[in-house]
Write a protein that binds this ligand. Sequence first.
Ligand code: FES
Length: 196
Amino acid sequence: MTLSEAARAKIALLKSRYPERKSAVAPSLYLLQAEKGYCTPEGMEEIAEMLDLVPADVLATASFYTMLYKEPVGRKVVDVCTNLACMVNGSDALLDYISQKLNTPVNGVSPDGRCTLHHVECLGYCDRAPMVQIDFRAFGPLTFADVDELLAAEKLLPDSGPVENGVEESSLDLSGLSHLTDRKPLVNGNGGGHER
Ligand code: FES
C-alpha cells in the first residue's frame, strides 16, 4: 500500500458517493497528489484496485487533466498562460522574466525543488491577461513589478526561506474533501486567496 489509511478511507467515502465508480477517479487522484506530491504509478494502481477499475481508466483521467501531475514537481507550481489573450499582452516576455527570476527552466523544476514552472494554454482568465496561476490560484493582469511582488510574497525566489508545499495543500482542496481536515482551504476559501 502506498496511500495512508486516512486517504484510503476518503477514497472509500468517494466510492460510496457516486453511482458511477469512474466519477470518483479525479477526486481520488487529487488525494493521491495531496499525499505524494504527484500521481505516482503505484498510487494510481492502488486507486484502480480500490474503485474496482482497470489501471488504464485511472491513467486516462490523470493524463487528461493538466492539474494532475504525472511527474514529480516542486513544492509550488507556477503556470504561465501564453495563449492568445495573454500573448498579445506580453506573456512571452513575462514567461522569460519569471524563468530568470526563479532560476528555473520552462517546464522544469528549480534546483532547490522550491518550484516548477509550466508554460500552459488558456486557463480561462483571459480578462486578466497576462496572468499566471500559482498552486491553482489565479493572478493577473500582471506587470513586471507585480511579478516581483508576487514571487516575493509567495516565497518563490531562490533563498527566500522555507516554503509550504502548495501543491499538496491545494490538491487536497481540489479533492473536495478538505473539510475532513481542520485546516482552512487554500483554493476555494478566502474569496480566491491572493487573486488580483
Ligand atoms: S489566453 Fe491566457 S487565460 Fe485565456
